[in-house]
Design a protein around this ligand. Structure first.
Ligand SMILES: Nc1nc2c(c(=O)[nH]1)N[C@H]1C(S)=C(S)[C@@H](COP(=O)(O)OP(=O)(O)OC[C@H]3O[C@@H](n4cnc5c(=O)[nH]c(N)nc54)[C@H](O)[C@@H]3O)O[C@H]1N2
Ligand SMILES: Nc1nc2c(c(=O)[nH]1)N[C@H]1C(S)=C(S)[C@@H](COP(=O)(O)OP(=O)(O)OC[C@H]3O[C@@H](n4cnc5c(=O)[nH]c(N)nc54)[C@H](O)[C@@H]3O)O[C@H]1N2
Ligand code: SF4
Ligand SMILES: [Mo]
Length: 718
């Protein structure tokens, strides 16, 4: 803490890090009268190097805005929310859960883990600890409405245990359906381009990296690329099959890696043989020269991976498209070999030894808990969020009747918005842990008001896979929380205790009579790490851990025998379907695509006054498309899909490919006198085009119709 000279005594500047997204940027907070007056990038932070984004800089509004809840709330019979003491809320929630379990069994209770839960080190383990004690199978998270295709790929293809090649020493990188310059994502939790993304990419290019971007939009990331392919939305699977076709036909694959670790290269070759660059052009609209160029540039490497984001994982063939990108990395051998320096980024966590061997496909989801909804099974212990509304609404003995939402906003985030809202409204008990009256909170019987990020102590254990190097940071609370709030983890600990469930945390049963402090819990979760917790707490800008100098080891005793499966029968069938499907345009000739905006992370930030330019969620189209439709920039329009209709304004945007429409998600609100844009999930259905294994709906490349708002439409009030 420091008080610059000549400044008011009630001013302090504190060092911390932002916890709104995985970037975890180092920040300096100017705090006046106990409130955040200014957020500055921390230039001394070794990873983010002074970078912050617009929403991170508005953290003051998120902590102190008029919609900040300073006490927990209970919904009364007439639907209004009134303050309630935290202890009384927990006791009543526990009693109601007990009654529901006594009558219907534990599977009537569900937990939904949202995005913001993941940026608090203690919340996920404590929420899971409570959930385990319930005995329920109904665990949901945003992963299954986001990139669960990556789980499906690992289970169908297998995993290589030696680690992946990294951006830092890559010669080429391919980003498909991800726009890290805005999202700080970049794919697969491998920390490729998470921090200070545009500088990171520019520096990589300056040292010679070739960047390939696959995106129907000339995104902020595509603008930095050496090669930008703009396939028709939803056709990536065919494009990547075509890229594989070229690589195999021209013998550009890594023969040695494939021979050692892949089981069925001939089956892959046979499956993609017909997917020539000419066929790719017909289906994806990408010129054959561009497909060949991308294939050659990527295969030339010699180092660097292809990574993906929501543009692939939300498409109509998401599991297939993800699979083929993973196969591309295998075929080009973009993994660490025996004797190479191992990926040693685990600092507060402990990583297992890296070995140059594969584990074959487990297909464990075939044995997971089976939902009565469509026979869908749990994958990695979670049921897909795409079936949550049905789990609540469809009759059955284990119907979900109580839902606890932790750091998420399913009312805004889940597809088929009307059905989702109906489902949430029909619950016997909905509890939402959220610092604001989100759409979900507005429907909840109880809203538990937690601390916000700068009011809690934290460390970066969960974020380690997203850092480019071994790095860890601790922050103490730097703001005093309002007296009526509790830390997220405390709610789950107290709920377990009130329910008579023992809580196992970091390998120990906690004593409910003497609950540990946040500091103690943070230390416990880091005790298997390789830096001392005390050293961490004394490093305000974080700690770069020394390299371990460990290397990728040889295969284990039986390890040499396992192989990756590149083209199993079901993937082959999915490819056949993607190749033979007819583009159904007819009534819905446009393709609605996903995108993220800098100013909001999902619903967080959408309601901060003046933050999002225009304050709303317009539909962006190419100006020539607007002209063809006779619609002016800024004019009111309707966007219609088979599932629903929304009203918004058109925005001319030259970065879009012709025929595509681009909108962001988690906008809009269901009431409370607030109004900020429209929620795109009214257009997203859960019945057609969902993926077989993970029930992932189609949320990008959605067929829609665009029309001028007629005077008839205008009569309907929003
Ligand atoms: N159509 C369409 N739908 C989509 C997407 C899309 O692209 N298109 N994207 C999908 C994706 S990728 C995702 S991840 C989901 C997002 O789905 P969610 O994660 O459910 O949505 P968020 O808006 O991130 O919800 C976070 C909530 O946490 C609250 N919060 C903030 N800080 C804290 C805190 O410290 N503690 C607690 N307890 N709460 C906090 C916020 O106020 C907010 O209400 O949406 C999905 N839905
Ligand atoms: N600023 C900000 N950052 C965020 C978030 C946020 O809301 N705001 N959300 C966070 C979350 S929860 C997530 S999951 C990540 C997601 O991170 P990303 O996956 O990087 O998300 P986007 O930035 O939306 O990038 C998706 C890109 O896919 C393109 N696209 C759309 N359809 C297709 C298609 O059919 N094929 C191809 N090839 N591309 C397509 C879009 O044009 C867009 O540029 O971002 C995280 N970071
Ligand atoms: S929200 Fe912005 S400032 Fe905060 S961590 Fe993410 S990129 Fe950094
Ligand atoms: Mo996400």
């Amino acid at each position: 803490m420091s008080t610059p000279e000549g400044v008011r005594p009630d001013f302090v500047r504190r060092t911390s890090y932002c916890r709104l997204c995985a970037s975890s940027c180092g920040v300096l907070l100017d705090i006046e009268d106990g409130r955040i007056a200014r957020v500055l990038g921390d230039a001394a932070h070794p990873i983010s190097r002074g970078y912050t984004c617009p929403k991170g800089r508005r953290a003051g509004d998120l902590a102190h805005g008029p919609d900040r809840l300073t006490t927990s709330m209970r919904r009364t019979a007439d639907g209004a929310h009134v303050p309630v003491a935290f202890g009384a809320a927990v006791d009543d929630i526990a009693a109601r859960l007990r009654a529901i379990v006594a009558r219907y069994g534990p599977d009537a209770v569900a937990l939904f883990m949202g995005t913001q839960q993941n940026f608090a080190a203690l919340t996920p383990p404590m929420a899971r600890a409570w959930f385990r004690g319930t005995g329920s199978h109904k665990l949901f998270s945003t992963m299954t409405i986001d990139q669960s295709a990556k789980w499906v790929v690992a289970e169908r293809m297998g995993t290589y245990l030696g680690g992946r090649q990294r951006l830092a020493d890559a010669d080429v990188w391919l980003l498909a359906g991800t726009n890290p310059v805005v999202s700080g994502n970049g794919g697969d939790g491998d920390g490729a381009v998470v921090q200070n993304p545009s500088v990171t990419l520019r520096e990589a290019r300056a040292r010679g990296l070739r960047l390939i971007v696959v995106d129907p939009r000339r995104s902020e990331t595509a603008a930095l690329a050496d090669l930008h392919l703009a396939p028709k939305p939803g056709t990536d699977a065919v494009l990547f099959a075509g890229i594989l076709n070229v690589i195999l036909a021209e013998g550009r694959h890594d023969r040695e890696f494939c021979a050692r670790h892949a089981e069925d290269l001939p089956a892959l070759a046979a499956a993609v043989i017909e997917v020539t660059p000419t066929l790719v052009q017909r289906i994806c609209g990408v010129h054959p020269d561009q497909t060949r160029l991308a294939a050659r540039m990527f295969a030339h490497g010699p180092r660097g991976m292809a990574t993906t984001g929501t543009g692939l994982c939300m498409g109509p063939h998401s599991n297939l498209a993800e699979h083929l990108v993973a196969v591309l990395n295998v075929v080009c051998g973009r993994y660490l070999r025996e004797g190479e320096p191992a990926d040693d980024r685990a600092v507060l966590n402990r990583s297992g030894p890296a070995r140059a061997e594969a584990v074959g496909p487990s297909r464990a989801y075939e044995r997971g808990f089976r939902s009565r909804i469509g026979g869908i099974r749990a994958i990695r212990g979670e049921l897909p969020s795409g079936i949550l509304a049905d789990e609540i609404l469809e009759p059955g003995p284990d119907r979900v009747r109580a839902l606890i939402v932790s750091g998420g906003n399913p009312a805004a985030a889940l597809p088929d918005r009307d059905r989702t809202l109906r489902a949430l409204r029909s619950l016997d008990l909905l509890v939402c842990v959220d610092p604001r009256m989100s759409d979900t909170a507005a429907l909840a019987h109880y809203v538990i008001a937690p601390t916000t990020m700068y009011e809690r102590a934290d460390h970066t254990a969960i974020m380690e896979p997203f850092f480019p190097e071994p790095f860890a940071q601790y922050t103490p609370p730097v703001l005093t929380p309002p007296p009526g709030v509790v830390e997220d983890w405390r709610f789950f600990l107290d709920l377990a205790t009130a329910s008579g469930q023992p809580v196992k945390f970091a390998g120990r049963i906690l004593d409910p009579a003497a609950p540990p402090s946040a500091e103690q819990l943070l230390a416990m979760t880091a005790e298997r790490g390789r830096v001392r917790f005390d050293d961490l707490t004394e490093a305000p800008h974080g700690l770069r851990a020394r390299r371990l100098e460990s290397v990728v080891g040889p295969p284990g005793a039986d390890g040499g025998g396992h192989r990756l499966t590149l083209m199993p029968g079901d993937v082959r069938a999915e490819l056949r379907a993607a190749l033979t499907e007819r583009a159904v345009s007819g009534d819905f000739p446009w393709r609605l695509t996903v995108r993220r905006i800098r100013e909001a992370i999902n619903s967080t930030g959408t309601g901060v006054p003046g933050l999002v330019p225009g304050g709303a969620n317009p539909a962006a189209l190419h100006p020539d498309d607007l002209a063809a439709l006779g619609i002016a920039d800024g004019e009111a329009i309707t966007v219609r899909s088979v599932s629903g209709l929304l009203r918004t304004t058109a925005r001319a945007d030259r970065t879009l490919a012709r025929g595509t429409v681009s909108m962001t998600h988690c906008f809009g609100s269901i009431g409370q006198g607030r109004s900020f844009g429209v929620n795109v999930n009214v257009l997203i259905g859960t019945r057609d085009g969902t993926q077989a294994i993970n029930a992932m709906p189609t949320m990008t490349a959605v067929p829609v119709a665009i029309e001028r708002l007629t005077s008839q439409d205008r009569k309907v009030t929003p």
